[in-house]
Write a new protein. Structure first.
Length: 78
């Protein structure tokens, strides 16, 4: 599935884990992270700073659901 990222860009992933890994890889140049958990914490902090919303980091499914709910990622039309 292809996803659009708020602010520009696209990633493709078949699972929530794959999506988080693709987002992490895409952001490594400007927001390096040590691992998935570190990436999710950093992205959640940026979401809170930029939009004032809380993105849960207590699991990949919750993290992805919150990113979708708040419009940080959306399914792209193929």
């Amino acid at each position: 599935m292809k996803y659009e990222i708020l602010g520009g860009g696209h990633v493709t992933a078949a699972t929530d884990l794959g999506l988080v890994q693709a987002l992490r890889q895409d952001s490594q140049a400007w927001a390096p992270s040590v691992g998935i958990e570190d990436f999710m914490e950093g992205m959640a902090d940026r979401c809170r700073t930029q939009k004032g919303v809380t993105v849960r980091t207590n699991g990949i499914a919750n993290f992805v659901a919150d990113l979708k709910e708040h419009g940080f990622i959306s399914q792209a039309s193929e």
